[in-house]
Design a protein. Sequence first.
Length: 288
Amino acid sequence: MNEEGKSGQEELAQAREEISRLRRRLAEERFAEELKEALTLAAAAGEIASPVTHSRLLEMIVETAASVIPSRAAALFLLDEETEELVFEVALGSKAEEVRRFRVPLGHGIAGLVAVSGQPMAISDARSDPRQAADIAESIGYQPESILCVPLFYDEEIIGVLELLDREGTPSYSAADMATLGLFANQAAIAIEQSRNQQNLSALLGGVLGSLGGVPDHKEEGLTDAARSFAAGVEEDASYRRVLELATLVREISHTGEEEHQACRTILEGFAEYLRLGPRTAEMGETF
């Protein structure tokens, strides 16, 4: 093959490589835009659908549990995996503020033992039980008579524990109480993990990309890295923040009552329709 032929083949190979590079770039940009729209809509929908904050939701779960199973005090702990300690997320009762400053090492006290074993525990004579955290009880000046503690499981992993103190009406907690508290623990675990996932878009995106494992060549096209990079910075985007600000207002109005919800929806639908028809109406007006 002469030099002219070789040069032509090299130019053709370069052209094909450039076309392939441009196609990948367009695919990445298109994917990022679609992903941005999907995440923004999902975040807005989640914001509107959520009637209470994450922390308030957990408080409501613990308050309801302490009401259904009448108890003088209650606490919800979350596991800090780095320090291997339980941290008070919710504390109810006369000593709630004092107890919040404590961290409970795994294996220490009833809560620490439940977090390690994954097994619920009911203690009827807590004052004389050597397993209870007597040091914390003495520090805050509150010695419980009875304790019921159950683990919080999510994806077969322990993420914390839920504890009730001093059953009212009876000297100890029953097996039925333990089963009931377990249901509340399940609700709390789901609420915690859903909130964590909504706040961590990168983690959410990782799950989405994992579900796309059957899509041919999505990694080879560079979409995985591009999408992850996009997700890491999407919360800094001004338009994304504006959507969530509006979603917050809609949530506040929508959860006031059914009439307010319908009024809000009617106003927004009317405004959206006006915006959709605006340009066309203006063009029609010019023809008359």
